[in-house]
Design a protein around this ligand. Sequence first.
Ligand code: NDP
Length: 421
Amino acid sequence: MDQTPFYRQSYGARRDQLAQASHLTADQLATLAANRQTTDEDLIENYLTTYGLPEGVAVNLQVDGQAVAVPMVTEEPSVIAAASNGGRLLSGQSGITTVVANHELMGQIVFQHVADQPALRQWLQDHEATLLAVADAAHPSIKRRGGGARSIRVRLLRPDWVSLDLFVDVSEAMGANLVNTMAEAVATYIRSQLDVDILMSILSNFATRSLVTASCVVPVDQMKTKTISGQTVAQRICAASDYAQIDPYRAVTHNKGIMNGIDAVVLAMGNDWRAVESGVHAYASRRGRYQGVSRWWLDDDQKLHGELTIPLTLGVVGGATRVLPLVSVNQLIAKVTSVRQLMGITAAVGLAQNVAALRALVTDGIQKGHMHLQLKSLALSVGAQEAEVAAVAERLADQTQPTIEQAQTALTVVRAENLKK
Ligand code: NDP
């Protein structure tokens, strides 16, 4: 048996080993081969194949005065429809406006067993300029790109921890690697100056200095349905928003709906959705209780206001953006040329997603709109081919909760009918 570690084996040897252990058929091996992208082989370790996800485009979004088409990558039906529907609901007048407060990432140098916390804090504060210079010297090109280490903060934590927080303007990049490089260089410098125990140096994904706000003001009439007035729908949307502030069980689902849109944009733009997810959920808990990250309220003038503020650690350069070939195409489709634009568009999709979900929830319920696309997905899951999907979905439309067995039966019937044609 080959004793070479798995990661050092050739592509073919790794694939054959897996095929043997998992009893893969020739068809299954052909699927792996058909999806293999040689450009991806250096992106991750132990590469096997490339797992594709569908990409669609959200339309009707008006962000900062511009109409934008936003590429979204998701496997979930209804997400892109909801973003487009939300875009339509929030269109007119100024549409969605966005403000990026800042785009700094934080590196953390964690000291343990600190005998005199105030003395260490004093030393760090006294040496702020030197520490920033050490950080910049570790990644000098970032200054040429308009970024660089900006400030420090020292937090004393019980019983004997100290965190030195290093804030870095990461310019157009997401910045994780460059901040890690800087934080490690600063830690090495401090070790050379002081007898301290530094436990670790790493960025924090709780990116409270990379906040973006998307907001909108629309006449309540825009929320009306065929049977319910805009005023009533808007009041119910506000109530749903208030409820997500007080009940974490609802807040998590409220935010999941927002993240349906945000993750899909983050993926389409080749960015790190785990970083975004962890940051947003931490931000949702910043007051000590998990809450909805968006708010909706009414003014005295029959206008509905919506606002979403979240941390977004995104980049338009670096990371996987330079490797995944669709990213540059998607940046062009969304007309994204800067990280601040990308942050704005991503937050705007989150707000649009949120209003569409809340409006559906407080009126018809979520399933009515979902079912159409879920039926297609069910048809695909039982093996319907592209030309058969619509007919299978139509056959299932009468069922309130169609099952896999019913979908299989519908497919059999559709195929039998097609044979007769
Ligand atoms: P890179 O390591 O690719 O660094 C970005 C590089 O882009 C810079 O070093 C810079 O190099 C270059 N660049 C070109 N133009 C610009 C510009 N205008 N502004 C800024 N940089 C520019 O990526 P990041 O440092 O952004 O890190 C992101 C990656 O790190 C993601 O893949 C993420 O998944 C991963 N990661 C995430 C972690 C986390 O979230 N906890 C932890 C570790 C990694 P130069 O100036 O030399 O040309």
